[in-house]
Design a protein. Structure first.
Length: 69
């Protein structure tokens, strides 16, 4: 099974709070999952140095999503 989820960057404090709440739910759902946090480690490492991907990863971290190390 595969899922693709798109989150807009929050435009105000309410949306930011909702996104942070979503991160908690996602992190809890994947806690202890054998596949890790749900993001491919190579994708998170960003070996090609993609500026666009780096912004996505930074935003995920900023709002509390567990992207692994």
């Amino acid at each position: 099974m595969c899922a693709a989820v798109f989150y807009l960057l929050p435009r105000n404090a309410d949306e930011e709070e909702m996104l942070r709440s979503r991160a908690v739910v996602n992190n809890n759902a994947l806690d202890g999952h054998p596949g890790g946090p749900g993001y491919d480690a190579d994708w998170v490492r960003n070996p090609g140095g993609s500026v666009r991907r780096a912004k996505w990863i930074d935003a995920l971290r900023e709002f509390g999503f567990d992207v692994g190390s």
